[in-house]
Structure formats: C-alpha cells, structure tokens
Design a protein around this ligand. Structure first.
Ligand code: BDR
Ligand code: CA
Length: 308
C-alpha cells in the first residue's frame, strides 16, 4: 500500500477523506496531522479524534500549526458550523492526540521512509511549508504532495481565491515552488461532486453507524451550498484527493505551471494556472480537470460500507 500522511482541518469533507483513506487497503495512513483552517486547531484536532472514535480506528493524530505564517487567521464557521463538524452527534473521544508536533512527525516520517511517503493536505498548507523549511531535504525525500486547494477558474472565499490557499498564500507558495511532484484538486474539479439527497440516501441506506454519520455530515454541509450557490448538495472536495490515490482512473488530469498570488490585491491567494502554457514555464503540478462522479460515489459508498 502507498504510505500517506493526511494533513487536514476537519471539516466535513476532511472527515470523509479520512474515512475513505482509512477504509482503503491501497493506502497505509501513517498519521493524521491537523492544522487550523475551517476552525481553530484545538477544534480541528478534536474533530480528528472524534472521527477516529466513530471509525474505531487507531491511526495516530498529531496537532499542527495554529496560524498562518504571515497573515491573520481566517476560518469557515459559516460553512462547517461552530464545532467545525456540525450536524451529526459527536461522541467524546476516549483517546487524545500524540505529544509530538505534526511538523516534526511529517519530517521524521518522510526522512525515515525516503521516496515512499505521499503528503495529502486537505487544509491550509502551513504544516507542509513549515516541514519543508525545517528539513530542506524533505523535498527530495517525499514521494509527492497530493492536495485539495485552489482552482483553475473561480474562487470560493474571494472571487479569485479558494479557502485553503487563501488561509496561507505564503505557505502555498513555498509548496508550489518546492520542486516536489504536486497533484492539485481545485474547485474546478471538486465542484463536480455535489452530494445530492439521492447520493446521501445511498450512504444512509448502508444502515451502519459510519454510514449514518457520513449522511448526517453531508445533510448539514448541504445547507451552506444551497444558500450560497443554489446547489442541491455539497461537494466533497477533500475526499477527491483520497479517491484519486485509490482510483486514479476516475480522474482526468492536465499538467501545468501553477503560481500562487501572494500580493495583497484582489487576486491574493489565487492559484494562477497556466492552462494554455503561455508562460513557457515547465509544469509544476498535475491538475485535476474532470471526475467520473458516479465512479467516485460508487467507491465512497463501497468503502464507507466496509465499516461495521
Ligand atoms: C476547502 O475548504 C474547506 O472548507 C474544505 O474542507 C475544503 O478543504 C474547500 O475550499
Ligand atoms: Ca479541508
């Protein structure tokens, strides 16, 4: 199985990414690291522990950065609720996170497994940027970074910027300029996966605790997307990256040069994607363009269904 570290800010779709990863024998999840993002890091860490509890999993959880490198912290209670995971009943976690900092865990784990570990960030890129700075040899020793963030086209937090990248554009710039093999799942792709009531019904029909938990997450997550976009379901952004690692054949990718706007203008935090190769710069990322959405949901339902 492919070794991964899931670096996340749960978050409804992060929780589902975690579920999918831990249910997939193609992957070996070495650890879950947390970062501030949708809500503060105390809450995202607690949410990771809650999800681990619901899944009855044993993967270690490490707490990471509590703020961006340079800018003020932003958050997304409007989308994910006060807890960051509003909707389902959240059981009290029975075990806590590890003592070790997430960034140290990332560095030590990658360096102990040269060329083998894939980083899978589904939140702001602060932990990954800090790891790249703490250990400059990380870039040559990591297998790749497969991330949710940015977009080839429109933003969701400003007209130009997607939330994860906007959280910490300087960190994103460090990652995109690192020379590491990058795979990017932006909104242009993830917006193809709205969890319609029919799709949520398939998860609920599993009749299991985890199936009901997932359905409750998606029912709550629909609210904001109905209001803001008029969509009958929330896209499960973060689960796309995990689905790709399990079933790359479900995705159509295009390689291109991607640059992060770290200015303070109206496009701050934008992933500027050289789709037409007008800059002449060598591509630094494989960017998701299209998803076989039915295949994606078949995979999700099948894997969520493996939990007792
Ligand atoms: C991203 O922002 C967060 O709210 C979601 O969890 C996802 O990672 C989408 O812009
Ligand atoms: Ca996220």
């Amino acid at each position: 199985p492919r070794k991964i570290i899931l670096d996340c800010d749960p978050g409804h779709d992060d929780a589902i990414a975690m579920m999918l990863a831990l249910a997939s024998p193609e992957l070996s999840v070495l650890g879950v690291t947390t970062v501030y993002g949708n809500v503060g890091v105390d809450k995202t860490t607690r949410n990771a522990l809650v999800v681990r509890e619901v899944l009855q999993a044993t993967v270690p959880v490490y707490r990471g950065a509590d703020r961006p490198l340079v800018r003020d912290r932003i958050s997304a209670e409007a989308v994910h609720g006060e807890s960051g995971l509003d909707g389902p009943h959240l059981p009290e976690p029975t075990r806590s996170e590890e003592e070790f900092h997430a960034v140290r865990f990332i560095v030590d784990t990658v360096m102990a497994n040269p060329g083998e570990v894939t980083l899978v960030p589904t939140g702001s890129l602060t932990n990954v940027a800090l790891a790249l700075r703490l250990e400059p040899r990380l870039a040559e020793n990591v297998r790749g970074i497969v991330l949710m963030g940015g977009s080839v086209d429109l933003g969701n937090w400003t007209p130009a910027a997607e939330f994860n990248i906007l959280c910490d554009p300087e960190a994103a710039r460090i990652v995109f300029e690192s020379g590491v093999k990058l795979t990017m799942f932006g909104l242009n792709a993830t917006h193809q996966t709205p969890a319609s009531p029919e799709r949520v019904a398939r998860l609920r029909a599993l009749g299991t605790t985890v199936g009901a938990f997932t359905a409750d997450l998606l029912d709550f997550f629909r609210g904001h997307h109905e209001e803001r976009y008029g969509w009958n379901g929330a896209p499960i952004h973060d689960a796309c990256v995990v689905a790709y690692l399990v079933r790359p054949d479900l995705f159509e990718m295009k390689s291109m040069y991607v640059e992060i706007d770290t200015t303070n203008g109206p496009s701050a935090g934008r992933t500027v994607c050289d789709f037409w190769r007008v800059t002449g710069k060598a591509p630094n990322a494989d960017v998701a363009m299209n998803i076989d959405v039915n295949g994606f949901y078949d995979l999700l339902v099948e894997r969520v269904g493996t939990y007792a």
